[in-house]
Design a protein around this ligand. Structure first.
Ligand code: Z5A
Length: 205
């Protein structure tokens, strides 16, 4: 089977990390070679940019935040994602372009068409490879935020309020409606095992 590029998306605390842990264990059992990675980050310079983006002390204009996401993504794409796929490995990525549509396009820019158009343009011009499958872990925003509450220290995004994450949810739904051939909506309620088996079924493994 040709190596696949799979991204996981969702609002705050939906269980992406947990789901990716389980999915990677499954790939291990099947003997599938893969690279696990994340955004923002996933390569040396991209991780430095992640530090800026998530640092609560960073004061960033919304445009700066958006462009830093894409600068990090270019570094990540050329240094990690493309080489892994070229080497025959699967890529399992925690967040990718759909997070930008949701967090920046909807969270920061309220779903304004001009912002969505800019993001589209950036994707078309600066993202050399889109995921083959995107798994949107769909969970009520309030449940996710309650799950995430036990975290020790909130970063620049995690300290935003429910109204921001409601907009992020709308952005994920918008992306899903626009790209339903690539994005699979996964019911992220229920037990960890139930979510894991929905994911395996969606990927066909
Ligand atoms: N960002 C952006 O703005 N624009 C972009 O283009 C990109 C990213 C790419 C990265 O944060 C931030 O960057 C992100 C968006 C922004 N900010 N936010 N918010 P991150 O990568 O550090 O964090 P995250 O992606 O938001 O992940 P998370 O909120 O930390 O959570 P999670 O990975 O989805 O959840 P989890 O850690 O697996 O689970 C949360 C808790 O729930 C944990 O205690 C689990 O044990 C529990 N859990 C998990 N599954 C279940 C089930 N099924 N039942 C019950 N409990 C469960």
């Amino acid at each position: 089977m040709a190596p696949k590029f799979i991204s996981f998306e969702g609002t705050e605390g939906v269980g992406k990390t947990t789901a990716i842990d389980g999915f990677c264990r499954h790939l291990d059992e099947l003997g599938v070679a893969y690279v696990r990675t994340r955004e923002p980050g996933g390569a040396d310079m991209a991780e430095l940019i992640r530090g800026i983006l998530l640092n609560k002390n960073s004061i960033l204009h919304d445009d700066t935040e958006l462009l830093l996401m894409f600068a990090a993504r270019a570094d990540h794409s050329y240094k990690t994602i493309l080489p892994a796929l070229d080497a025959g490995k699967w890529v399992v990525c925690d967040r990718f372009i759909d997070s930008t549509v949701a967090y920046q396009g909807f969270g920061r820019f309220h779903g304004e068409q001009s912002a969505l158009d800019k993001i589209d343009l950036l994707i078309k011009n600066f993202v050399p490879r889109l995921p083959d499958i995107t798994l949107w872990l769909d969970l009520d925003v309030a449940i996710g935020m309650a799950r995430a509450k036990n975290r020790s220290q909130a970063d620049r995004f995690e300290s935003l309020d429910t109204s921001f994450f409601d907009k992020v949810y709308q952005g994920l739904e918008y992306g899903f409606n626009k790209n339903s051939e690539r994005i699979c909506r996964i019911d992220a309620s229920g037990s960890i095992d139930e979510v894991a088996s929905r994911i395996r079924e969606a990927v066909g493994l």
